[in-house]
Write a protein that binds this ligand. Structure first.
Ligand SMILES: Cc1cc2nc3c(=O)[nH]c(=O)nc-3n(C[C@H](O)[C@H](O)[C@H](O)COP(=O)(O)O)c2cc1C
Length: 190
């Protein structure tokens, strides 16, 4: 995306050690339908979105910035980290460290040890010794077959039902065969 390129081109000109990506994402408003009022008091209730809602945008931003910035500029991944898996995904997208905001606010400082232990467990299961074993090594989606599978899954989630092409073909065949076999009887009836 052009604005990422423009931002990275500017940052790359300066002796920067790290970039934090992202912050909260605006514009957001929480409405209480019972009291019919804004939940947050200042600024007319307008604020920035944080937590799980922004995780996928944070992943994308971290991925793009870590690809476009000079290799000696580290990216700190922020946005929706509340588990070791979230931290793992951001590191996979190129983050050298991760920050925790909302989860700390909700759970308290205990979240750091928990997230860290979960991340370590994932690394152990996958046989990684250090974050450099997988940092920035996100793989592209492998092939059209898998793409189709993902598309079908998304379709199923959104619509609750998926009619696969083969199922449709079999249904049409059954109808055609049924029609052919029922024709003589229909003729006899006439
Ligand atoms: C309670 C709270 C206070 C925050 N205060 C600041 C702040 O003063 N300056 C800032 O740049 N970001 C602030 N943030 C944004 C966080 O640093 C972080 O970028 C954002 O919440 C996204 O991370 P998260 O999804 O882990 O919450 C704050 C976030 C929270 C939840």
């Amino acid at each position: 995306m052009p604005h990422f390129r423009k931002a990275a081109d500017i940052l790359n000109k300066y002796p920067i050690k790290y970039v934090v990506s992202t912050n909260t994402m605006g514009n957001a408003l929480i409405v209480d339908p019972e009291t019919e009022s804004a939940v947050i008091a200042p600024k007319g209730g307008f604020g920035g979105l944080a937590g799980g809602f922004i995780k996928h945008t944070a992943l994308a931003n971290v991925r793009q910035m870590s690809q476009l910035l000079r290799p000696d500029i580290d990216v700190v991944g922020v946005g929706g980290v509340s588990s070791g898996t979230d931290a793992f995904e951001l590191i996979l997208c190129g983050a050298k460290a991760v920050q925790v905001g909302t989860c700390h606010r909700v759970e308290g400082p205990e979240c750091f040890d928990r997230i860290s232990a979960e991340l370590k467990a994932i690394m152990k299961r996958k046989g990684y010794q250090s974050i450099e074993d997988f940092r920035g090594k996100l793989k592209p989606n492998q092939g059209a077959k898998k793409d189709g599978h993902v598309k079908k899954k998304v379709q199923a989630n959104q619509n609750g039902i998926v009619i696969q092409p083969l199922t449709l073909l079999v249904a049409i065949l059954v109808l055609v065969v049924g029609f052919i076999f029922s024709r003589p009887k229909l003729c006899q009836g006439l």
